[in-house]
Design a protein around this ligand. Structure first.
Ligand code: FDA
Ligand code: NAD
Length: 443
């Protein structure tokens, strides 16, 4: 065992939330030697959304150091040198193996004990490897490596996407299979963004997912139909309402086909899997209160142990505007919670409760959408679904609670966000439908 080190503030995880928190600590005047970040990844915190977008472009792809935090919000780019200059201990390529919240210590995989006064857990999430067996599909158990005798992660042409290492592998596989068949498993964010990137890289793409539509967690059937038609116009095929039951392998261990529950077989030169994430909570199971699969925190991002805070994908926090504790898996939430937690730790009286309006977005091909609030209740669509600007409002108990817009301008998105935050009462849905986007400017 090496000698232990002690810090006032320790962040576990070196992703988006950690990068933005570090920036905020420096703004708040943290002293040299007070803050330590421990990350399993070998690189300084970066803007993870780039991995499914700019990173996968065939021409002039984004590469580090160009997208370190905080360039995603047009802020200062925090290259490794920045941490050094600000006296922040950045321990990279190092996994925290265990945590003891009673003793306030962490043990790293290199055998070092690190103690803290305040701990911020920003461990994010990992992609799901084993397909969930319960709710959707009994047959999916077959994907578990034990039943296969093959670890799907080890099959050289099956790709997942969470970090730079995954993205590098995806780029390699994609470039070497140009002109071939790609099967994308999952119709969520990773599925949609990767399918678009695969097309741009000249692969023939088939998407397979169990739901009746893409982006089922967020999109209405009408919104989903627009994107599916757009993807089809780019050559993407959709196989909906079914799941894969097994892979066929070549003699060299590569997947060559995907077998579906409906009995069909899709030839595959490569597979991309995006079937959701699992929050990295394991260090704290049995030590902190959990909710919604994450670490439960209050409006100051403080967990059931008063010295431990949690932010980003791993945290379940009270989302005031929906009156509910939620775990959000999006970058804006991670960034803002990071800023909030620093003030909550340094100036707890001044900081107040985190008051967050959920914000999600995506960009694929030439398309771009934004969503604010909550997609609950009744929906009114507006705009031109055969053109490029359209959207939707969600009303819960007659109050506007959510809004969506494809192809908007900066002003239009800002107006939507503001209107959604106000939760105005909607008397007449037909009137709202005819006003459409204008409504947001007139609330
Ligand atoms: P994040 O995953 O960024 O960081 C967690 C860090 O903790 C990692 O560095 C990990 O290695 C480390 N770690 C975990 N356990 C550890 C341990 N025991 N010891 C040490 N280190 C440990 N969102 C959005 O709103 N718009 C978008 O366009 C996208 N696009 C997008 C693309 C791709 C490919 C992904 C994977 C995700 C997105 N997202 C997104 C989601 C967004 O990136 C995500 O919500 C944030 O990265 C969450 O930030 P965190 O800091 O919580 O986790
Ligand atoms: P997701 O939750 O968006 O989508 C999961 C998809 O998996 C579902 O849509 C469903 O089609 C599919 N699925 C679920 N169970 C399945 C099963 N048994 N068999 C086959 N398919 C099944 O998750 P993701 O797309 O994997 O994305 C991972 C994470 O990355 C998420 O947290 C997401 O928010 C984040 N991300 C966000 C963005 C963005 O905000 N623009 C972009 C990329 C990634």
């Amino acid at each position: 065992h090496q000698m232990g080190r002690a810090f006032v503030y320790v962040i576990i995880g070196g992703g988006v939330a950690a990068g933005y928190a570090a920036h905020e600590f420096v703004q708040a005047g943290v002293s040299s030697g007070e803050l330590c970040i421990i990350s399993e990844e070998p690189v300084a915190p970066y803007e993870r959304p780039a991995l499914s977008k700019g990173y996968l472009l065939p021409e002039a792809p984004a590469r580090l150091p160009s997208f370190h935090c905080c360039v995603g919000t047009n802020g200062e780019r925090l290259a490794p040198k920045w941490y050094n200059e600000n006296g922040i201990e950045l321990i990279l390529g190092t996994r925290v193996k265990s945590a003891d919240v009673r003793r306030k210590t962490l043990l790293t995989a290199t055998g070092e004990t690190i103690s803290y006064k305040y701990l911020i857990v920003a461990t994010g999430a990992r992609h799901t490897v084993d397909l969930p067996t319960s709710e959707l599909t009994p047959g999916l158990k077959a994907l578990k490596l034990e039943e296969f005798g093959v670890n799907t992660l080890d099959a050289p042409n099956v790709c997942y996407l969470r970090d730079v290492a995954d993205a590098d592998r995806l780029v390699d596989v994609m470039q070497s299979r140009s002109g071939g068949q790609a099967v994308v498993i999952g119709g969520g964010y990773i599925g949609m963004e990767c399918a678009a990137s695969l097309v741009i890289n000249n692969l023939n793409v088939t998407m397979v997912f169990p739901e009746a539509q893409c982006m089922a967690r967020l999109f209405t059937p009408k919104i989903a139909a627009f994107y599916e038609e757009f993807y089809q116009s780019k050559g993407v095929k959709f196989v909906k309402g079914t799941v894969l039951t097994s892979f066929d392998f070549n003699s060299d261990g590569k997947v060559c086909a995907v077998n579906l529950r409906d009995g069909s077989k899709l030839p595959a030169d490569m597979v991309v899997v995006g079937i959701g994430i699992r929050p990295n909570t394991s260090l704290f199971e049995g030590q902190l209160t959990m909710e919604k699969g994450g670490i439960k925190v209050n409006g100051k991002m403080q967990s059931s142990n008063s010295s431990v805070y949690a932010i980003g994908d791993v945290a379940a926090f009270p989302v005031k505007i929906v009156g509910e504790t939620r775990r959000l898996e999006h970058v804006d939430s991670a960034r803002r919670a990071a800023r909030h937690v620093v003030s909550a730790i340094i100036e707890p009286e001044k900081a107040g409760e985190f008051d967050y309006l959920p914000f999600f977005y995506s960009r694929v091909f030439t398309l771009s959408w934004q969503f604010y609030g909550d997609n609950a209740g009744e929906v009114v669509h507006f705009g031109n679904f055969s053109g490029n600007t359209f959207g939707a409002y969600w009303m819960n108990k007659s109050h506007l609670v959510g809004s969506f817009l494809e192809g908007g301008t900066k002003e239009q998105y800002e107006a939507l966000a503001q209107a959604t935050r106000l939760k105005p009462k909607i008397e007449d849905f037909a009137e709202l439908e005819s006003q459409g986007l204008e409504y947001a400017f007139n609330v």
